[in-house]
Design a protein around this ligand. Sequence first.
Ligand SMILES: [Zn+2]
Length: 115
Amino acid sequence: MHELGIMTDVLDTALRVCEENNGKKVTKITLKVGLMSGIIPSYVQSFFDVISKDTKASGAKLEIISDPAVFICRKCGNTTVYDALGPEYVCKDCGSPALRMSSGYGFQIVNVGII
Ligand SMILES: [Zn+2]
């Protein structure tokens, strides 16, 4: 239920933005979701639909921007970018699995659209 806690935060933020701008309704929320964040984009909308019921954000469309995973190789220092989940992650230069993640595990609200 990882998504549920996160979506509750997203809803709170969206409602606050709506309130602060005297909006009638939240129409769209743009989220940046890291590939390695553990958040499954296809679940996000359905979770949101449930928790936003009877709020000003009910019916808002979620737009998900996928943030690729960026790894730094501990062996050769090169950077490897993955934009899809793989069965394994190795350095594309030297093949070493000794990678350090530098980006792609985050989650961010990029924009809240209101009317
Ligand atoms: Zn390497």
